[in-house]
Design a protein around this ligand. Structure first.
Ligand code: ADP
Ligand code: ADP
Ligand code: MG
Length: 241
């Protein structure tokens, strides 16, 4: 345990929560499918970043997580790796993972990284582009041949508000909220109400939630403590850096 604490200190990882899994040292030590490790290496990544070392084993254990780490510290792969491993392969059950982003540009970037890291797996990774097309594409009469949805909250709520709803979130196993600090900022078109609506639509009792943020924000932390059972919080570097 002392050795683990030392390793966390060296990498400026601080953790709060019960039974926090230990950080993983190398990509080869991630208990994930070999293909994913190869995809990471094919990106030119040599070693996991601190947030990846600590967040990946936590998510692989199916724990709810709030992770705060500076911009550019590799948060995208930190949530994509466990998510891709957990979904295993494509299914016809509709979306099983949902990633919320503050901007469409970030959604596109995240989609690109998701495609790279899941190469060879055959997942259908979607962003909602044409909203009118989306109603038919994802509605009750669609094929349900899609796995991962990456979107801004506005578009998703627009689809949920159709009668009947133009998208089903009942099979969502993982809800990821990226750049949570930005999404929670006041004036962001009522993100909190949107999030409540989205959560209500994710009816799977087994679903897990992971939030990622560049800064430690009290409103975000408060939301997590209230809404996420068995929460683990991790911070990389200094709080409020
Ligand atoms: P954040 O979301 O924390 O701002 P990103 O996930 O966008 O960071 O990653 C920032 C950059 O670091 C990206 O160009 C990404 O490809 C790269 N990156 C991610 N993980 C690693 C790693 N383990 N080693 C080297 N580069 C990495
Ligand atoms: P974001 O990029 O955050 O998703 P948008 O500006 O695309 O934000 O806003 C999406 C919202 O705009 C939806 O809530 C919906 O009400 C409305 N909207 C966008 N396109 C259409 C459209 N073609 N028909 C009707 N409403 C639309
Ligand atoms: Mg990011």
């Amino acid at each position: 345990q002392e050795e683990i604490n030392h390793y966390r200190n060296v990498h400026r990882i601080s953790v709060v929560g019960k039974h926090v899994p230990e950080p993983t040292r190398n990509f080869d030590d991630f208990p994930v499918e070999q293909g994913i490790i190869e995809n990471l290496k094919n990106c030119g990544y040599v070693e996991p970043t601190p947030v990846q070392k600590q967040a990946v084993p936590i998510m692989l254990e199916g724990r709810n997580l709030l992770a705060c780490a500076p911009t550019g510290s590799g948060k995208t792969a930190a949530f994509l790796v466990p998510l891709i491993n957990d979904l295993k392969g494509p299914k016809k059950k509709g979306f099983r993972a949902l990633i919320l982003c503050p901007t469409r540009e970030l959604a596109k970037q995240t989609q690109r990284e998701c495609v790279r890291l899941s190469e060879g797996k055959g997942f259908r990774v979607h962003i909602i582009s044409k909203i009118n097309k989306a109603v038919a594409q994802y509605g009750p009469n669609s094929s349900q041949k899609f796995d991962i949805l990456i979107t801004t909250p506005n578009r998703l709520c627009f689809l949920l508000n159709q009668d009947p709803p133009a998208i089903s979130l009942t099979n969502i196993k993982w809800l990821i909220i990226d750049e949570a600090d930005k999404l929670f900022e006041t004036g962001n078109r009522g993100f909190r109400e949107q999030l409540d609506q989205i959560l209500l639509a994710c009816t799977n009792k087994e679903k897990k939630i992971a939030m990622f943020s560049a800064t430690y924000t009290p409103v975000v932390a408060k939301w997590c403590v209230h809404n996420m059972k068995g929460l683990i919080r991790i911070t990389i570097g200094q709080r409020n850096a």
